[in-house]
Structure formats: structure tokens, C-alpha cells
Design a protein around this ligand. Structure first.
Ligand code: ADP
Ligand code: ZN
Length: 723
């Protein structure tokens, strides 16, 4: 019953057709007055998990949120959807605050956002006040802040344990985007939740392309990158305030529309810069990590890290600010091991050895990510305790082939250096030694050794790469501990004796990118109309003094420019158009679309929104590249009219193998999707994929759809959608 109401609110107030993974379940749990913990990646849609229940049940929902900017944004966005919400914080005047208390007293507010310190201010005064009200739900955002195992521990969060003591009957929903298993446990325990249900969504962000470049001359590298991303919105993160200012200045000199943001700037300057960025009047923001918490700008197309983030959680969170609208976006990191060393001093947590150790370990894992030669998405997902077998095809490593050369001599130089240094030194020392460094750091007696300086002709970076490669291949190893030392392995000796050859990686060759699943419409949109609509949005946003995305997200504009709705009724079917927004903005946007259609002699294309089953593919048939014989045999048999089961039987292969063969020909349009998947199943699968956003994983979709659908059918529809 109430879930029907929840769906109505989803459409009516927020303009969305269906829930995303776990949203519905979390809402149901809260409505049953049970506690729960929701883990969803940034942009996954955590807010609706408490905002919708807040609107269904009587009384007030109190949202605890750590940052003031975050609150203001959420409250603005809620108000734009016609939801009565407010926040309380220290920036408000006494009269502003009493206005809010007034509204609460009159039962006019549904959601109240407060900072944890406010909640627990002056003893239990605020709690006592809340007790006089009808509080229906507590939502604790960024709940990982409660855990000292986490990367963002905030002592004031510890106090939130009191909530369950004071309000044992009021359900608590705790939400976070980053929490490993220890942190999850901590959240449940520290908040004293009652048998909480845990909801974990996939952390995959399939529309983000991850890449890392070795940090050499990072400014030049950045410029090269930016020329390929003209007119796109992006965030560039730097470690220090001074580097933020310098970089923003340099970019301006080079003709880029960039502004700095860091906590050392005057508040009004900072706010101004943020606002200009949100309103798309400035394309690039150069910032310290102070920027971003709670920035819900949906069309950030790239996030660049000039310096190494202090842990994978931060990296994931910061890169997660790209592509919240589901469109293709990029994350680029400039990496050097020097940065890992430099960051060590920031890992120090005063008077807390245990915490320091955790931070150092996390820093090293970040280093590992920077140096990774395998799929970056897989690394990230595994880091967040998510299993994944498939390689993503949408990160630099999945798109790189490594060329190798005979590196036996180089390997011998390294191995004998390690041996002569008695296996008691780390990589940096060994490299300096090989390159014949004159530094005092190199011991005098080492300077007398034969191998000293035999590698002077090779750069430091290259030596580091070769040593990594040798370790990866097992010719060298590193000891554990805070200062890892290089040591030989059983495989070293044959190389030293000249009995075994070693191949080393030479240069990276980029291969063509595979397209990843993006929630872009599968139909073409009218690009110039999209530009017109963006202009309308800018004007409306300026009038209302809110960021552009609060009016409509980019994805909504793309849909408008695709389907060309002509009436309010049609426009209501567009994702992101709720009743209130329709009423407020429907006319201006419709007018713009109609004007365009008249000029170009176009009609509504709303019928495309429900795909016809027999729709022909526009793509000309492409042949399957390198399809080896076995695929073609399956195809031929299939075209002769044999069923998949019959082909499997005849060829002595599994049916799933035959499915895999045939799916390849969907990509090349030699087989139609309808030939493989019963037509009534196509649409439900497509919808499930759009809703779950599972990336390349079929398992979640299968779980969602149940017995009647096979992996092969799901895979086939996926391939069709990615194509
Ligand atoms: P989070 O807090 O998890 O980072 P948000 O709650 O801010 O994410 O949601 C991210 C974006 O996704 C917002 O623009 C939100 O309106 C949108 N969104 C949330 N749920 C849905 C849904 N079911 N369908 C479509 N869009 C959604
Ligand atoms: Zn990958």
C-alpha cells in the first residue's frame, strides 16, 4: 500500500518513473519503522531513501548531515520540487531560526536538516526540544564519519549513539557512500541500531572512464588533456591551497575559464566561485578537497587529480562527482610514487598510532591503484568488497596493450645491484645506486661496488617501472613492513647466471575504447535544440537564483531534445519532470521545443520512448571482428533454423557457450535481438538494466528478474544496449 504511495511521490514530486537498486527496499524498511544502513555510491540516490518516507509518514524527519553547504543544496533542491524542508545552522540569524521553529510548531515542515554538533549542543537541550515534537524518522547522512576505522572520522558523530537511547521507537536510516566491512559494522554498533537491515548497492559507476598518467610535467599533460575537453565542466583537484591558486591562474593565462576554490579564500569569494561553477558560467574549478562535499552538479564531465588522494575512499568519492547524470565522463589521475612518499606526513594522526597505521595502509593502497597494470574498475570494486570477474573495457588498462622487449641485461643490472646491496635496501635507494647518484645518502662503501652507476643512462621513472614489472613477474620481491626492502626470489638466480631471458614492458599502446553502458538515450537528439534548451534553463535558473541542474538535469534536457514533446501531458512522461516542475517550467520549455519543431518541420517523437519490438537497427551490419571459426559455425547452424539447445548438443558445447557465440552477432547486426530473446521479455530486461545500472554484470539483473530469464537473454539485451 504505502509503496504505491511512494511510487506516486517519486513521479509526482520528483519526476522519476522507477526506483533504482535498493531504494524501494530501503523505503519499505523505513516505513515499517525498522532501522537500516544504506550503502550506495555517490550519485546513487541515497537522499530519496529518506525523503520519500518523510513525505509519507506523519511528523518530522530529522536529517543529520555534516556539512552546511550540503544541507543548503539539498534543501534548495527539495524546495524546487515543492517539499517543505529547512535547515538549522550557525550561519542563520536569530529571526531566521525562529521562523523555522515556528514552521515546525505549526507542523508545516516535513524535513529538518541539522549538523551533529547542533543536535547535541548545550547538553541535551535540542534533544529535549525534539522530544516535544512528533519525530518520525532520523536520517544520518555520511554515516561512515562515526567510525574511527574509516577515512573521515568525526568525533561529534560518536554522540549520535544517544539518539536510539532517547528515541527507541523512532527508526534510524544511516547512509553512506563509502564503508568497508569494518566500517559497516561500526556504524551499526556505534549508532546502537536495532537489528538493522543492510542494503549494499553496486559501487560500479559504469559511465566513468578511469585513467592514470605517470606524473612528469603535469601542467603540460593537463593542457593536452583539456584541449580535448573544451567547453566541458570539470573539477581539478590539487593538494595545497597555493597550488590551487597557481594552477587556476596559469589556466586563465592559457585561456581557460577556471576559478580557484579552497578553504583559505574568503567565504563570499568561495561561494561566488562555487555558484558560478554550478550555474555553468565557469567551466573549470580548481580546488582542494574542501570542494565538493554536497556538490550535486550533475553534468561534471571530468575530474582530474593533479596530486595523489590520501586513500581510495577519497579518490572514489572525488571521482564520483563526475557523471552523476549517467552520461559518459572521465577520471584522470597524475601519479608518481614520489607523491606517496610526500603524502606520508599527512597520514600521521596525532597521538593515535592505530589510526596512523590505518591511514598509512590506505595510502599505500592508493599507490597500488596508481601503479596498477590491470583493470582499475575491478580494483576499485574489490576494494569496496564487491566481487567482479569481468574486465570493464572502460579504463586505461583495459584499453592498453603492452609491448615487450628483451630486458635481460636491465634485469641483470637490477638483480645484481639488489644482491650486492645484501637485499637490505628499498627501491629508491637501489635506483639511485644504479644511476650512480652522488648524493650523500648513498653509502661510501656502496660507491665502490662494481654495479654502482651501471644504469645511469636510464631515467628514474623507467627504473621504477622496470622494477615493478620484475616484481609482477616474480623475479624480485618486496618485504612487508613500513620500509619495504627489495629482495631476490628463486627466479632471480637463473637470470643472474644468464640462463633465463626476461621480457620487460616497453611502451603503452592505446587501443580503441569500448563503449560502456551509459544511460544516454538510444536515439539521436537534436543537438542545436539541446543548446537552446540549455539557454532557456540558464535564464530560468538565473531568475530563480538556483543552480541550473535544480531546474532540470542534463539528462532531462537530452530527453526533451530527443522526443520533442508537444503537450504538457507528453512532457510529463519525460524522466525528471514532476508535476511541480511541469507547472512551473513546462510552458517555457515547451514553447522552445515547439518553435524549433515549426522551424524544422518536426513532430513529436514520443512514440520512440516505448520502443517498438520490430524496430530495425539503423546501424549497417558490421562484421564480427576476428570471429574465429567456432563462432561462425554456431551462426550458420542457427541460421539453418536449429535451436540453441540443438546446436549445443550437436557441437558438444554448453548452451551458454552457444549463447555467447550468437550474442557476438547481435553486436554486428547479423542476428536480431528478437531471434534470441522472446519479444515479450526484451522490454522487462531493458527496464531492469536501466534501473539497476549494473554495468557489465548480469547477475544483479538475473536476481532481479528471476527464474524466467536466462543469463544469455540478459546478456543479449545488454549487448544490444551497449552497442
Ligand atoms: P547520493 O546522495 O547517493 O549521492 P542523490 O540522492 O543526490 O545521490 O541522487 C543523485 C541524483 O540521482 C539526483 O539528481 C537524484 O535526483 C537522482 N535520482 C535519485 N533517484 C532516482 C531515480 N529513482 N530515478 C532517477 N533519478 C534518480
Ligand atoms: Zn577496466
Amino acid at each position: 500500500m504505502s509503496i504505491i504511495r511512494a511510487k506516486e511521490i517519486l513521479k509526482h514530486q520528483f519526476g522519476y518513473d522507477s526506483f533504482r537498486m535498493n531504494q524501494q527496499q530501503a523505503i519499505e524498511t523505513v516505513l515499517q519503522k525498522k532501522d537500516c544502513v544504506v550503502l550506495m555510491p555517490t550519485g546513487g540516490g541515497k537522499s530519496l531513501c529518506f525523503q520519500i518516507p518523510a513525505l509519507i509518514v506523519e511528523g518530522l524527519t530529522v536529517v543529520i548531515s555534516p556539512l552546511i553547504s550540503l544541507m543548503k543544496d539539498q534543501v534548495d533542491a527539495l524546495k524546487s520540487n515543492g517539499v517543505q524542508a529547512a535547515f538549522l545552522n550557525s550561519t542563520q540569524s536569530a529571526s531566521q531560526q525562529s521562523e523555522i521553529f515556528d514552521a515546525i510548531a505549526k507542523g508545516k515542515l516535513k524535513l529538518l536538516y541539522v549538523a551533529p554538533e547542533r543536535l547535541l549542543k548545550s547538553g541535551d537541550q535540542f534533544i529535549t526540544y525534539l522530544k516535544t515534537l512528533n519525530v518520525s524518522l532520523f536520517a544520518i547522512d555520511e554515516a561512515h564519519c562515526i567510525s574511527s576505522w574509516g577515512h573521515d572520522f568525526r568525533p561529534e558523530y560518536m554522540q549520535l549513539a544517544k539518539l536510539k537511547v532517547h528515541f527507541p521507537k523512532v527508526p534510524v536510516i544511516a547512509l553512506t557512500a563509502t564503508a568497508d566491512k569494518l566500517v559497516r559494522k561500526d556504524i551499526m554498533e556505534k549508532l546502537e541500531l536495532h537489528h538493522p537491515t543492510l542494503f549494499v548497492s553496486s559501487f560500479n559507476r559504469p559511465n566513468i572512464f578511469y585513467s592514470v598518467e605517470p606524473k612528469r610535467n603535469s601542467y603540460e599533460q593537463l593542457l593536452a588533456y583539456l584541449t580535448k575537453h573544451k567547453n566541458e565542466s570539470g573539477v581539478i583537484y590539487c593538494l595545497s591551497r597555493s597550488s590551487v591558486e597557481n594552477l587556476a591562474e596559469d589556466l586563465k593565462q592559457d585561456g581557460y575559464n577556471a576559478l580557484p576554490y579552497h578553504a583559505g579564500l574568503e567565504k563570499n569569494v568561495r561561494d561566488k566561485h562555487q555558484e558560478l561553477f554550478l550555474k555553468d558560467e565557469v567551466k573549470i574549478i580548481v580546488a582542494t578537497i574542501a570542494f565538493g562535499m554536497g556538490i550535486d552538479k550533475s553534468n561534471v564531465r571530468f575530474v582530474v587529480h593533479m596530486d595523489l588522494p590520501k586513500n581510495v575512499e577519497s579518490y572514489y568519492q572525488e571521482t564520483g562527482r563526475a557523471g552523476r547524470d549517467g552520461l559518459q565522463s572521465e577520471a584522470l589521475l597524475f601519479f608518481s610514487w614520489g607523491d606517496v612518499v610526500k603524502m606520508k606526513k599527512f597520514a600521521e594522526v596525532e597521538k593515535n598510532e592505530r589510526q596512523t597505521k590505518i591511514m598509512l595502509k590506505k595510502l599505500n593502497q592508493m599507490g597500488e591503484f596508481g601503479d596498477l597494470k590491470t583493470c582499475r574498475r575491478k580494483f576499485l570494486l574489490n576494494y569496496f568488497s564487491e566481487e567482479t570477474k569481468e574486465i570493464c573495457g572502460s579504463c586505461d588498462n583495459c584499453n592498453t596493450k603492452y609491448e615487450r622487449f628483451d630486458g635481460t641485461i636491465l634485469a641483470q643490472k637490477v638483480l645484481s645491484a639488489v644482491k650486492r646491496l645484501d637485499q637490505r635496501w628499498g627501491t629508491t635507494y637501489v635506483v639511485d645506486f644504479l644511476r650512480g647518484s652522488k648524493s650523500e645518502k648513498i653509502r661510501e662503501e656502496h660507491k665502490q661496488l662494481k654495479t654502482y652507476g651501471v644504469g645511469a643512462d636510464i631515467s628514474k621513472d623507467n627504473w621504477f617501472d622496470y622494477i615493478k614489472d620484475l616484481m609482477a613477474q616474480g623475479y624480485l620481491k618486496q618485504t612487508d613492513g613500513e620500509y619495504p626492502l627489495l629482495a631476490l626470489t628463486a627466479k632471480s638466480e637463473p637470470v643472474l647466471k644468464g640462463l633465463e631471458k626476461v621480457d620487460l614492458i616497453k611502451v603503452k599502446i592505446k587501443t580503441e575504447r569500448k563503449r560502456s553502458l551509459v544511460s544516454e538515450s538510444e536515439h539521436e537528439y537534436f543537438k542545436d535544440l539541446l543548446e537552446d534548451l540549455k539557454r532557456v534553463r540558464t535564464v530560468v535558473a538565473k531568475n530563480e537564483n538556483v543552480p541550473a541542474y535544480v531546474i532540470f538535469a542534463d539528462t532531462t534536457l537530452v530527453e526533451l531534445a530527443t522526443y520533442l514533446p508537444q503537450t504538457e501531458e507528453e512532457m510529463r512522461k519525460i524522466s525528471g519532470v514532476g508535476d511541480l516542475k511541469l507547472e512551473k517550467y513546462g510552458k517555457v520549455f515547451l514553447a522552445e521545443i515547439k518553435k524549433y519543431c515549426t522551424e524544422k518541420n518536426l513532430k513529436s517523437r514520443m512514440e520512440l520512448k516505448t520502443p517498438k519490438r520490430e524496430r530495425k537497427s539503423n546501424n549497417r551490419p558490421k562484421r564480427v571482428a576476428n570471429a574465429d571459426g567456432t563462432y561462425s559455425i554456431s551462426l550458420t547452424m542457427f541460421k539453418e533454423g536449429k535451436t540453441i539447445a540443438a546446436i549445443a548438443e550437436a557441437r558438444g558445447l554448453a548452451t551458454s557457450t552457444i549463447e555467447t557465440h550468437l550474442i557476438r552477432f547481435i553486436e554486428s547486426s547479423e542476428i536480431k535481438i528478437e531471434d534470441l530473446v522472446p519479444s515479450h521479455k526484451i522490454e522487462p530486461i531493458r527496464k531492469a538494466i536501466l534501473q539497476l545500472n549494473p554495468g557489465f554484470a548480469t547477475a544483479p539483473v538475473k536476481e532481479f528478474l528471476g527464474e524466467d530469464y536466462s543469463y544469455g537473454e540478459i546478456r543479449a539485451v545488454m549487448v544490444r544496449m551497449y552497442k
